[in-house]
Design a protein around this ligand. Structure first.
Ligand code: GUN
Ligand code: FE
Length: 445
């Protein structure tokens, strides 16, 4: 049994509009948080005194829940930061499918995945929902890497068989073999995790344009039969949104539902163009919008109507969408989500009248953004993390607010709300001193 206590200034957001700040003592036993007490109280002193391993963080250090990236493409890591000049459909065929195809060679996966996972941990990403490639071996290497480095993850072997929506050099041979490989990956990943509960499989039809009806229906049945989570892309761009109406006569969301893929905790990347009725269906099914602010700026042709999605009761979390997302840590995309929501509210065309330029009440603040990357995302994905409170697993990040090379200044002038805002807007990986997943220290600067 491993147990310790830690005293620290904690920031967390139990709801989209509530920041909780203050010094606490947290007790952790075998990765689970078993007690949290306000520092300075008798109960906190008792907790610390009973601990054989009590750690005290400094005044300019803060402890936050770990950050959850609800959607990213592991085999796109090498092109992150590049290749953003084409629209989505051309981007896939020109850059992305050829790159992902190179993961047929296990040596490529062995060279790329350990660096990706280590880099994400160093940015505070304690949980990642990965799309892998179509390859069994590379997918297993990704899952093994997450286990070896101690990152919580969903790992999805990508299924894609459509004869025109995929290139002949990178696709499943047919629906049957794609469904079989997806089924195999569920047992393979469960074996790699070996009961730790850290790395889980996730059924991953790439998106409707890349999958035949037979594939989509077969994966819907596989999800129902095995109870495995599902992830896919949904109504990302004008092109993808309109494609669904042309092919199915329904929206992308309704088509996914008809194929049995819109399930509780299904992760829908982007969903920028969903109609109000689609959001209601997503909410009814308990599915999730994985909001990818930077990727959307390049590929979505619009900004997600985020407050509307939340108001309608849909689950929403943040994601990077690496390699379309550019910025590596989902923590750093909190600020981007806030910024793009402000741009949506004000509008972009200065030649238009201010009243006709934007969308009223579209902006979110840093507290909501932080919630989307922690407690909101945890609830969305059905994971017992996202808050540092009893009963949750100890996934946490230690920030050093006066780290060398950092740009956070004048903290003595600030109250807790302003310290929080500075953290969210200004902190980078150089400010992260330590990262914990499941009670284990997985990264130290
Ligand atoms: N839609 C289908 N595949 C992809 C992908 O790799 N990235 C993005 N952004 N959208 C997709
Ligand atoms: Fe994506």
């Amino acid at each position: 049994m491993s147990s310790f206590t830690v005293e620290a200034d904690r920031f967390q957001t139990p709801t989209p509009d509530h920041l909780e700040a203050g010094r606490v003592v947290i007790a952790v036993v075998d990765g689970e948080i078993t007690g949290v007490e306000r520092a300075g109280t008798e109960a906190a002193r008792a907790l610390a005194e009973a601990s054989a391993d009590h750690r005290v963080l400094g005044d300019n250090q803060v402890l936050t829940p770990g950050f959850i990236d609800l959607h990213l493409h592991a085999p796109q890591w090498q092109q992150n930061g590049t290749a953003l000049d084409l629209p989505l459909d051309e981007w896939l065929f020109t850059y992305t499918f050829p790159l992902e195809a190179s993961f047929a060679d296990r040596a490529v996966a062995e060279a790329v995945y350990p660096d990706l996972v280590a880099t994400l941990l160093g940015h505070g990403t304690t949980t990642a929902a990965y799309l892998s490639s179509v390859h069994d071996e590379a997918t297993a290497i990704l899952a093994e890497t997450c286990v070896a480095q101690g990152q919580r993850a969903f790992v999805g072997r990508v299924a894609m068989d459509h004869p025109t929506g995929t290139p002949d050099f990178y696709r499943d041979h047919d629906a049957v073999s794609g469904i079989d490989a997806s089924r195999r990956s569920i047992t393979d990943i469960a074996a790699i995790d070996a009961g730790r509960g850290l790395v889980r499989p996730i059924i991953t039809p790439r998106f409707a344009p890349a999958c035949t009806d037979e594939m989509l229906a077969g994966l819907g049945r596989l999800a129902e039969e095995t109870g495995t989570l599902v992830q896919t892309h949904c109504s990302e761009s004008d092109w993808e949104h309109n494609y669904a109406f042309e092919r199915f006569g329904t929206s992308d969301t309704e088509a996914l539902d008809a194929f049995g893929l819109l399930r509780e905790h299904t992760l829908l990347a982007h969903a920028n163009h969903v109609r109000p009725s689609d959001i209601d269906l997503i909410a009814e099914r308990g599915a999730v919008i994985a909001h990818c602010p930077i990727s959307n700026a390049y590929f979505a042709n619009a900004v997600l109507p985020l407050p509307d999605a939340l108001a309608r009761g849909a689950r929403v979390g943040l994601a990077t969408d690496i390699g379309a997302g550019v910025r590596v840590g989902v923590f750093q995309q909190i600020h981007d989500a806030v910024t793009f929501s402000r741009i949506r509210q004000d509008g972009v065309d200065a030649r238009k009248d201010p009243d006709a330029r934007g969308v009223p009440d579209a902006a979110i603040d840093t507290v909501t953004g932080f919630w989307l990357a922690t407690a909101g995302a945890a609830e969305a994905a059905g994971l017992p993390v996202g808050l540092l409170e009893p009963g949750r697993r100890f996934d946490a990040v230690v920030f050093d607010l006066d780290a060398p090379g950092g740009v956070i200044r004048h903290l003595a002038l600030d109250d807790e709300a302003r310290r929080f805002e500075k953290l969210v807007r200004l902190a980078g990986p150089h400010d992260i001193a330590e990262v914990w997943v499941d009670g284990v220290s997985v990264h130290r600067r």
